[in-house]
Design a protein. Structure first.
Length: 194
């Protein structure tokens, strides 16, 4: 990967920064601050911003096979909280989308498999993804692997990703995700964007 990335052909994906998810992390305030700064910088430099959130409609609930890991996440007691219209599934207001941003709603862990994210990115001539997301062991891991398989260059802002298990976050970023993506930080983002 070259030292810099062209923001015009890049998208910062803000993944699962939802009210019901981000608030459960120990470093939520700092994650929100760093990610809001990265969004602002990417906008200033002419880059694209994309939002990925997990949420379900009634029809989605009916399509989840009992063998799916998602079935346990949306058992009858949690369905109201995971509904597409529930406040907990909305993107946190400090990093909220603006008109013209890419927005997708997913019903699985990764950002691609149940969305038209790939089509939206390719329509904007995006070749590089800059990722911020929670949880590292969920959407971040799945999305990095799938993005690489789809031939995107991937930059992972490790300080804009978090997990309920900080040790797992460190293990995944240092031992696995760094082999498939360029590890970076929000502090390094200005120089990466050239």
């Amino acid at each position: 990967m070259t030292d810099t990335i062209d923001p015009r052909h890049s998208a910062l994906l803000v993944m699962d920064y939802q009210n019901g998810i981000i608030g459960s992390l120990p470093d939520a305030e700092n994650l929100l601050d760093r990610t809001a700064g990265a969004i602002s910088l990417m906008r200033e430099r002419g880059g694209h911003i994309g939002y990925v959130r997990v949420a379900f409609t009634e029809q989605d609930y009916d399509r989840i096979p009992p063998s799916s890991i998602m079935a346990a996440m949306v058992d009858p007691e949690r369905r109201a909280a995971m509904h597409a219209e529930a406040p907990g599934t909305a993107v946190h207001e400090r990093v909220a989308p603006e008109p013209g941003d890419i927005q997708v709603r997913k019903t699985r862990i990764g950002a691609f498999s149940t969305t038209d994210l790939d089509e939206q990115l390719r329509a904007r001539d995006v070749h590089t993804l800059v990722l911020a997301g929670v949880a590292t062991s969920g959407v971040v891991l799945s999305t990095v692997i799938e993005a690489v398989d789809r031939d995107y260059r991937v930059v992972l802002l490790t300080d804009a990703c978090g997990d309920a298990d900080p040790e797992l976050h460190t293990l995944l970023t240092e031992r696995m995700l760094g082999k498939r993506s360029r590890l970076s930080s929000t502090e390094e983002l200005p120089s990466l964007l050239g």
